[in-house]
Write a protein that binds this ligand. Structure first.
Ligand code: HSE
Length: 310
C-alpha cells in the first residue's frame, strides 16, 4: 500500500526584533507525519505519539489534519480516504513552533501522498490556517521556515508575502528550553497594543539593520541589531532566569540572545559551534543550580524545511 512519511522542523520565530515577521528553521527536533490510504471517506487520525494524550484525534480539531483538510478542500478531494499518523517530537507550549511543525507536516504529507500537485509556496496558506487553529492568530513566522527552511522575512502575513533571507556561513543556534509551558495565546494576550514612538523608531532601525547584516554577513551589525525594545521586555517576566541566561550568552560571545517565539525557549545566535556549545553548557549549569529542568541543545539553521522521508 502506498504510504508517505514526512518531517517538518522546529523553528525560532520573531528572532528578537521581528515579532510575527521573522523566523528560522532548526535542524531538529521536528514532527513526523505518516499518510496512507484510509478505509472511510475523508481524513482519519489513526495514531498520535509523543503528545502525552493531549492532542485531539478529531480531524477538524487537530492542527495537522485540519491543515491537510484545507488542502484537500482546495483540490476538491476532501472525501479521499486518508489515514494519518502524527509523531510529536516536541511538547506544546515550548516556543519551538510545535504546532506549526505539525501543521506543516500534515499538509506536506498529504501533498506528497497526492504526488505533489502543489508547490511548497502554494501550500503555505493551508499550513498557516492549521496553525491558526492552535493559537487563534494568523501569522507565518513559524510555519514558513518550517515548510521552506532558512531564515524568512514576512512582509505581510495577510498576503503571505515572504522573502527568503541569505544565511551567513557558520551560524549556529544555542537553544535553551526550560520545562515550563507558556501557551502562545497567553503570551500574546499580555502584550500591549501600543508602542511608543521612540521604541518604534529603535525597533524599525534594528530590524532593517538585522536584514542588512544577513545580506552583508556583517556579524557586528547583527549583534547591534538583535535588541528587542518592544516584545522581550514584556515577555521576559514569564521566563525564570531570563536575564541571567541572557547575560551568560552575551558574556560568552553570542551574537544575540532573546526569546524563541512566544517562549519559554530562548535562543542564542552564535558565530560558531564551539561558542554555541559553551553557551548551552553554561546555561544548563545555571538552570541546574537554580533547580529548573531544561533541555539545551545546539542546531544549525535548516535550509531544507519539510522533507519527504519516504
Ligand atoms: N510570533 C509568534 C509570537 C510566534 O511571538 O507570539 C509564536 O506563535
Amino acid at each position: 500500500m502506498k504510504e508517505v512519511k514526512v518531517f517538518a522542523p522546529a523553528s525560532v520565530a520573531n528572532l528578537a526584533v521581528g515579532y510575527d515577521i521573522l523566523g528560522l528553521a532548526l535542524d531538529s527536533p521536528g514532527d513526523e507525519v505518516v499518510v496512507r490510504e484510509g478505509s472511510v471517506p475523508g481524513i482519519t487520525i489513526s495514531k498520535i505519539t509523543g503528545d502525552k494524550g493531549l492532542l485531539p484525534t478529531d480531524p477538524i480539531k487537530n492542527t495537522a489534519s485540519f491543515a491537510a483538510l484545507q488542502l484537500l478542500k482546495h483540490l476538491g478531494k476532501e472525501d479521499l480516504p486518508i489515514e494519518m499518523e502524527i509523531h510529536k517530537k516536541m511538547a506544546m507550549g515550548t516556543g519551538l513552533g510545535s504546532s506549526a511543525a505539525s501543521s506543516v507536516a500534515g499538509v506536506y504529507a498529504v501533498n506528497a501522498y497526492l504526488g505533489h500537485p502543489l508547490t511548497k509556496a502554494q501550500i503555505l496558506k493551508f499550513s498557516v490556517e492549521g496553525e491558526q487553529k492552535a493559537d487563534g492568530a494568523y501569522h507565518a513566522d513559524n510555519v514558513a521556515p518550517s515548510l521552506l527552511g532558512g531564515i524568512i522575512l514576512i512582509r505581510s502575513n495577510t498576503d503571505l508575502d515572504i522573502i527568503q533571507l541569505p544565511i551567513p556561513k557558520g551560524l549556529y543556534i544555542a537553544m535553551i528550553y526550560p520545562h515550563i509551558e507558556i501557551l502562545t495565546s497567553e503570551s500574546r494576550s499580555i502584550l500591549s497594543d501600543k508602542v511608543g514612538l521612540d521604541d518604534f523608531i529603535g525597533q524599525t532601525g534594528n530590524i532593517a539593520a538585522f536584514v542588512a547584516s544577513l545580506y552583508n554577513a556583517d556579524l557586528d551589525l547583527m549583534s547591534r541589531s538583535l535588541n528587542d525594545l518592544v516584545i522581550e521586555p514584556q515577555r521576559a517576566k514569564l521566563i525564570p532566569e531570563f536575564y541571567a541566561l541572557k547575560e551568560i550568552a552575551l558574556f560568552n560571545q553570542a551574537i544575540g540572545f532573546s526569546i524563541s517565539g512566544a517562549g519559554p525557549s530562548m535562543f542564542a545566535l552564535c558565530k560558531d559551534e564551539a561558542i554555541a556549545n559553551t553557551i548551552v553548557a553554561k546555561s544548563k549549569q545555571h538552570l541546574n543550580n537554580t533547580g529548573i529542568d531544561a533541555d539545551c541543545f545546539v542546531s544549525k539553521i535548516n535550509t531544507e524545511g519539510a522533507v519527504q522521508l519516504y
